[in-house]
Design a protein around this ligand. Structure first.
Ligand code: G
Ligand code: G
Ligand code: MN
Ligand code: NA
Length: 254
């Protein structure tokens, strides 16, 4: 049973599903968005983590159809929650490097928005620094085209890559997501605390929203609040949840 051959059939065999992790606004304490995260449940291999198959899907070129499935499924779910009156939550979806470089990306995103009926302003696509820095001119062009659809762009895992500050202000992005590796030590390491403060200040000076990832403790949350971070995502508030559980969370009052 090779992972590669199993992955080739996972989509058609219906082995993928999405989980959703809430993103909470620090001022109001309300859920204002969610990140869709891919999960692969194999009948005999069990749950396979994205860290163990995304790179393989990328190498095999399968990430393009899988990524389209993720986007379509998440957009349809977000629209369904809106129809139920569960609020205009922003939906964040991860893009892989290969999807970002693929020439059909713009058309694919446009079609998925049209088919699902989700308004573009509710969609946020997460990019990484390395995707943007590989070919800066090309990346700016692709981001500009995506922005014409009316959606939002974020930089995921910010601080772990090597994007230059000179380039950052030319990227048409809306959100910085502080990588969880910095957040995890903000109350223990002065260096990490300084980095997180600097990222928050940088984001705000560029008029970007800033989301802290991987928030696990009340102390981390207090630090982030004190330093003006806009939103947080992490186990402290909730793990990524299956759609039904996420819906329950919204219905319980938000
Ligand atoms: O959900 P988890 O923390 O296990 O995710 C691990 C990694 O997999 C993260 O870096 C995340 O960005 C990535 N990932 C999760 N879902 C998707 C997806 O739908 N598409 C892409 N390209 N990456 C994803
Ligand atoms: O790389 P990306 O940011 O897309 O992936 C987010 C990943 O972080 C998801 O796989 C999610 O399961 C994980 N995650 C979310 N919240 C927490 C947290 O509070 N702590 C840790 N360790 N991981 C988290
Ligand atoms: Mn992400
Ligand atoms: Na991240």
């Amino acid at each position: 049973l090779s992972l590669e051959s199993e992955l080739r059939h996972a989509l058609e065999r219906g082995q993928f599903h999405l989980v959703y992790q809430p993103q909470v606004e620090l001022d109001s304490g309300r859920i204002v968005g969610m990140e869709a995260l891919l999960r692969w449940q194999h009948p005999t291999l069990g749950a396979i983590a994205p860290g163990d198959f995304i790179h393989l899907a990328e190498e095999m070129g399968l990430i393009v159809p899988i990524g389209a499935w993720v986007l379509q499924t998440a957009c349809a779910q977000a629209k369904a929650w809106q129809r139920q009156g569960l609020g205009g939550l922003r939906l964040a979806v991860n893009l892989s490097a290969r999807q970002f470089r693929q020439s059909g990306l713009l058309q694919s995103v446009r079609e998925i928005l049209a088919v699902t009926g989700l308004e573009a302003r509710f969609l946020e696509l997460e990019l990484t620094e390395s995707m943007m820095m590989q070919d800066v001119e090309q990346a700016i062009s692709t981001m500009g085209k995506l922005k014409t659809l009316g959606l939002q762009l974020s930089i995921d895992d910010f601080g772990t890559g090597y994007s230059s500050l000179a380039h950052l202000r030319h990227f048409p992005i809306d959100v910085l997501k502080i990588d969880k590796s910095f957040v995890s030590d903000i109350t223990r390491s002065n260096d990490d605390a300084a980095i997180v403060q600097a990222i928050i200040a940088l984001a705000h000076s560029l008029r970007l929203k800033v989301i802290a990832e991987g928030v696990e403790t009340a102390q981390q949350l207090a630090f982030l609040r004190q330093h003006g971070c806009d939103q947080m995502q992490g186990y402290l508030f909730s793990r990524p949840l299956a759609a039904a559980a996420f819906e329950t969370l919204l219905l319980e009052g938000n």
